[in-house]
Design a protein. Structure first.
Length: 188
C-alpha cells in the first residue's frame, strides 16, 4: 500500500460510533449529506481491527456533526468523552495508567499515532507535571469535529487515570489557519 493511501485510513473502533449514530437516526435526511460510497460504508459491518477510508469517515462525521450536533463544538466534545471512555475501558485500556494521567496521555499519543489514523503525527511537550501541550500536525481543514472529539477523549483519559478537573483547550487550530492544532492540557 502506498504512503498516500495509508494516510487515508482510520481504525474501525473510531468509525463504529459515527456509523452507529447514523444508523440509529433513520428518520434523518442522510441522503442529502452522504455520498453513495459513504452510505455503503455505513451499511457494512465495521470491524475493530479493520482500516477504513478517512475520507468517508470525515464525510459521515460532518453529516452527524451537522444533522445531530447542529454544528455545536460542545456536542462532539461530549461524544468524544462518552465514546472515548468506552474505548478506553475496552479496546485501548492499556492507555490508562491508574494514578498517572501524564503517562496515560503519552500512551494515548503513541496509540493514536500507531492505531487511530495512519500517517498521524503529534508532538507532546511537558510544561509541568500536570500541564502538557500536544501538537497534532494536520493540514486538512475538514478535521475540525475530529479535534472536538479528541478534546473529549483527552478529558476522559485524564479523569480515568485519576486526574481532577481536566482542562483541554485549543491554543492553535489548523482549520483556522494555524500550522497545526495545539491542545493545552492541564489537570489538578
Amino acid at each position: 500500500m502506498s504512503d498516500q493511501s495509508e494516510k487515508g485510513l482510520i481504525k474501525g473502533p473510531i468509525v463504529v460510533d459515527i456509523v452507529k449514530a447514523i444508523r440509529s437516526a433513520k428518520d434523518k435526511p442522510w441522503d442529502k449529506y452522504l455520498s453513495d460510497e459513504a452510505r455503503a460504508m455505513v451499511s457494512q459491518q465495521i470491524f475493530p481491527t479493520g482500516w477504513y477510508s478517512y475520507e468517508l469517515f470525515l464525510e459521515c462525521l460532518h453529516a452527524v456533526y451537522e444533522v445531530l450536533g447542529n454544528n455545536d463544538p460542545e456536542v462532539p466534545r461530549q461524544w468524544g468523552k462518552t465514546f472515548g471512555k468506552g474505548l478506553l475501558e475496552s479496546v485501548y485500556k492499556n492507555a490508562v495508567v491508574p494514578g498517572d494521567p501524564a503517562e496515560s496521555l503519552l500512551k494515548l499519543d503513541v496509540i493514536a499515532v500507531r492505531a487511530f489514523r495512519k500517517g498521524m503525527r503529534t508532538k507532546p511537550e511537558k510544561v509541568s507535571d500536570k500541564h502538557y501541550l500536544n501538537t497534532v500536525f494536520d493540514d486538512d481543514p475538514r478535521g475540525e469535529p475530529v479535534y472536538y472529539i479528541l478534546q473529549g477523549w483527552i478529558e476522559a483519559l485524564i479523569e480515568m487515570a485519576g486526574g481532577k478537573n481536566p482542562r483541554v483547550e485549543f491554543v492553535e487550530k489548523h482549520w483556522e489557519g494555524g500550522e497545526a492544532t495545539v491542545f493545552d492540557i492541564q489537570w489538578e
